[in-house]
Design a protein around this ligand. Structure first.
Ligand SMILES: Cc1ncc(COP(=O)(O)O)c(C=O)c1O
Length: 458
């Protein structure tokens, strides 16, 4: 063997050497460097169903769908792997723009058949951030072509997450990633959106929700309706754990957007393809987006892919859409998406996932009812959050590391959840079983009680 022929297999087996190599050569974003050094990088070597095995041989129940909530069908799905392999061997890639493989056309047709009514033209990209960037450009181009040539501004919401690239980041307000990369793209502004359990003004929740809708209208008036291209929102926001909107919020938002000729972009990057118990979270409230983004569970995480879908009458006003990504509509990713959607349909997994999610929600509510630091347990479909408080009367949030400590303790007991601001979040693969739900409830209860006791909170 020459020096240029790597033989990775023996090295893969040595945990400490791998960790050293990770610290030497991998940039691990989002985690403070010191914290990563203290706890070590999480290196996983194998997955099967909902279980993951790390480099030390420890096995975990992954109730976060690979942390990003993308892995909706669990690990080791050979049907998707086979579909990808077959496509790679037949025609792996055909370029971009007007070059299409049949599987990409079939995928567009399938996505259009599942999307909210009226959405029928898809452009595939490579991830969620690109789908958001593409939606912003489309919105601007459509506005220019339909009588609002100066409409470039985008309104988003406090605490929103729409991605890491500069345009998507400029509509983003979450994870502390915005300021350090500023200045962002000009023409973005933000308004408050509905929040569960506590809101930034300590207002009565109904009054606060009214304020959020009124604020959208005022912001459009303030920016100038002729200058505003679009309003973007996650239908269920991730910040501080699964923020489920009031039933009438999006109907009222739609009405405001219509009155001022503002396009409504619904960002379904997390929620699309079954996370909330419907194909798209928009379906819960009959939301009629002008543009809708998707990624993550589109391929169950097996291959990167994103997309944006809009209406024919909107896209048809553009003689040309000046936008290109090298790997748009990649045939192997399209094959993964087709296989993913086929499995969801055949196994009725969105309905079954919603049932397991409801069972998990009931279980957590029962288990945690008497925990004084648990403020609210909420969920929709297979997306749940436990929101914590120092004081159930004032709903004061923990500012210290109590929530991350609970999640770390759960990991020690073999269940992966995610700390997300004031809450922890659970987003299991849709294939998770009732037994997986029961294990999660038991581990969550034990971890929360232990941490509360150790910190004198119970
Ligand atoms: C709602 C939403 N939009 C966009 C993105 C960005 O997607 P990606 O990380 O694939 O670029 C995310 C990622 O978490 C997201 O949650």
């Amino acid at each position: 063997m020459t020096a240029t022929q790597p033989n990775p297999s023996p090295r893969l087996a040595d945990p400490s050497e791998l960790a050293d190599a990770a610290f030497a050569h991998c940039i691990m974003p989002l985690l403070p460097v010191a914290e990563t050094r203290e706890h070590g990088p999480a290196i996983y070597v194998r997955g099967e169903g909902c279980r993951l095995t790390d480099v030390h041989g420890h096995t975990y129940l992954d109730m976060m769908s690979s942390h990003t909530r993308a892995n909706s069908l669990g690990y080791g799905n050979t049907e998707i792997a086979d579909a990808v392999r077959e496509q790679l061997a037949t025609l792996h890639y055909i370029g971009t723009a007007s070059n299409l493989a049949p599987v990409t056309i079939r995928l567009a047709e399938t996505v259009a058949s599942l999307a909210p009514e009226g959405l029928d033209r898809v452009l595939f990209v490579n991830d969620g951030s690109e789908s958001v960037e593409t939606a912003f450009k489309l919105a601007r181009h459509i506005q220019q072509a339909t009588g609002k040539p100066r409409a470039t501004k985008i309104i988003s919401r406090w605490n929103a997450y729409h991605g890491a690239t500069m345009g998507a980041l400029s509509a983003t307000d979450w994870l502390g990633i915005r300021h350090i990369s500023e200045p962002g793209v000009p023409g973005h502004s933000m308004i408050p959106g509905p929040m569960c359990y506590r809101n930034p003004f300590g207002m009565d929740q109904d009054a606060y929700n009214d304020l959020c809708v009124t604020w959208l209208e005022r912001e459009i008036q303030h920016q100038g309706p002729d200058y505003v291209a679009a309003f973007i929102a996650e239908p269920v926001m991730q910040a501080n754990g699964v923020q489920i909107p009031p039933d009438d919020y999006f109907a009222r938002v739609r009405d405001v957007c219509d009155r001022y000729g503002v396009l409504l972009i619904i960002d379904e990057v997390i929620t699309g393809y079954g996370r909330t118990g419907r194909w798209f979270a928009s379906d819960h409230w009959g939301i009629r987006p002008d543009l809708m983004t998707m990624a993550k569970a589109l391929t169950a995480g097996y291959i990167p892919m994103g997309g944006v879908i809009t209406r024919g009458d909107l896209i048809d006003v553009l003689p040309i859409f000046r936008h290109v990504h090298t790997f748009s509509g990649h045939a192997a990713a399209a094959a993964a998406a087709m296989a993913t959607i086929g499995i969801l349909q055949r196994e009725d997994l969105i309905r079954r996932g919603a049932e397991t999610g409801a069972y998990l929600l009931d279980g957590l509510r029962d288990e945690l009812r008497d925990c004084p630091i648990v403020g609210e347990v909420r969920g929709i479909g297979m997306w749940l959050a436990v929101d914590f408080t120092r004081d159930r009367a004032t709903r004061e949030a923990f500012e210290d590391d109590t929530v991350p400590a609970i999640v770390r303790r759960m990991r020690e007991y073999g269940v992966l959840a995610s700390a997300i601001g004031t809450a922890f979040e659970i987003a299991p693969p849709l294939i998770a079983s009732r037994a997986n739900a029961e294990e999660t409830v038991a581990v969550a209860g034990r971890a929360i009680r232990e941490i509360a006791r150790e910190r004198g909170l119970a």
